[in-house]
Write a protein that binds this ligand. Structure first.
Ligand code: AHR
Length: 328
């Protein structure tokens, strides 16, 4: 009897173990190219965007998905056109990075009517109908703005500053990172009377416009009138650094520079003392997007509504020789 019991127990344990071991094999095999992803990228305005596109391309390849990719060159109407062409091609899923938050409801309703799920990558939309998209994968831009504000408070405390004039170089007007990085930053600093935001101008996330904005700001306020630059991305920051240096201003010393992204050149500028703080925003979203697509399209599972990557802050308070302080 004891032997029979042991045998049954052993068989049960084996069955449980086999069941566990089988888990990954239960993923249905995808024949290469059988899942078609329509991807509308908003443009190529920054190093961030270029790295983000590369991440999507390589992740789609490693998952064996066919990627129909179109670049909208910063134009919403081109993104809408691409989405319509993906619907006409009956892709399995549409992924897009909306240039601005508003104006998507009609085209997304068409995708919904065609039964094609939509994943928002990197940026959000403003809509009254949340059923128009299935998931969002991207940064928590509001948290990024807050981190920038928290750094500034720490810096002001360390300097013993009693008043600082801030200029903001913002990203594309009405885009999620522009709106939320601004809101998060303001929510943290606005109760503190040491800070005055004297100006906010948009550099559209472009290095060339970062240069133009900085030229304009120096002409208007002079280097002595500006204590802090809060720039919504590294590309604009790098443009602004060039202009400051040409004007004989030492960024990082004469003016506190706070940036967002973490691209290699900007991280080097931080290490060189020309930038004071970088709030990280990772462009490597492709893996998360493709994993959700596998869950949704291949395995027909419910997927998480929101996925935020983990992001750090690098600043002149840190040990910048630490190998974790590196750019993309
Ligand atoms: O939406 C993410 C932002 O867009 C990045 O911070 C910026 O570099 C890019 O252009």
């Amino acid at each position: 009897m004891k032997k029979v019991f042991c045998l049954i127990l052993a068989l049960m344990i084996m069955a449980i173990m086999t069941g566990c071991a089988k888990e990954p094999e239960e993923e249905p095999a995808v024949s290469p190219g059988s899942v078609v992803v329509g991807f509308s990228q908003l443009g190529a305005e920054s190093s961030w965007r270029i790295a983000n596109t590369a991440s999507m391309v390589s992740a789609a390849e490693s998952y064996g998905f066919a990627l129909m990719m179109e670049n909208a060159n910063q134009k919403q109407e081109l993104q809408i056109k691409s989405i319509r062409s993906f619907i006409a091609s009956r892709v399995d899923v549409i992924v897009f990075s909306p240039i601005v938050e508003t104006g998507w409801d009609n085209v997304l309703r068409e995708a919904k009517q065609a039964g094609i799920p939509v994943i928002l990558m990197d940026r959000m939309i403003e809509t009254t109908d949340d059923s128009l998209y299935t998931a969002y994968v991207g940064a928590d831009f509001y948290a990024e703005g807050r981190k920038a504000g928290e750094y500034l408070i720490k810096k002001a405390n360390a300097l013993g500053a009693d008043h600082l004039n801030i200029v903001e170089i913002s990203g594309t007007i009405d885009s999620t990172p522009m709106r939320d990085r601004q809101r998060g930053f303001m929510d943290v600093i606005s109760g503190d009377t040491r800070f005055t935001v004297i100006d906010s101008i948009s550099g559209d996330f472009l290095r060339s416009k970062g240069e133009e904005c900085m030229t304009d700001l120096l002409a208007r306020y002079g280097a002595d009138g500006i204590d802090v630059i809060y720039s919504h991305n590294d590309s604009m920051t790098l443009g602004a650094l060039d202009v400051m240096e040409q004007a004989g201003v030492k960024p990082g010393q004469d003016i506190i520079v706070i940036s967002v992204d973490g691209e290699k050149e900007a991280v080097q500028a931080l290490k060189d003392g020309r930038v004071n703080c970088i709030v990280q925003c990772t462009p490597a979203l492709g893996g998360s997007v493709m994993s959700l697509i596998r869950g949704l399209v291949v395995n027909q599972r419910t997927i998480p509504r929101v996925t935020h990557p983990v992001e750090a802050v690098f600043s002149d308070f840190d040990d910048l020789t630490d190998p974790s302080v590196e750019g993309f």
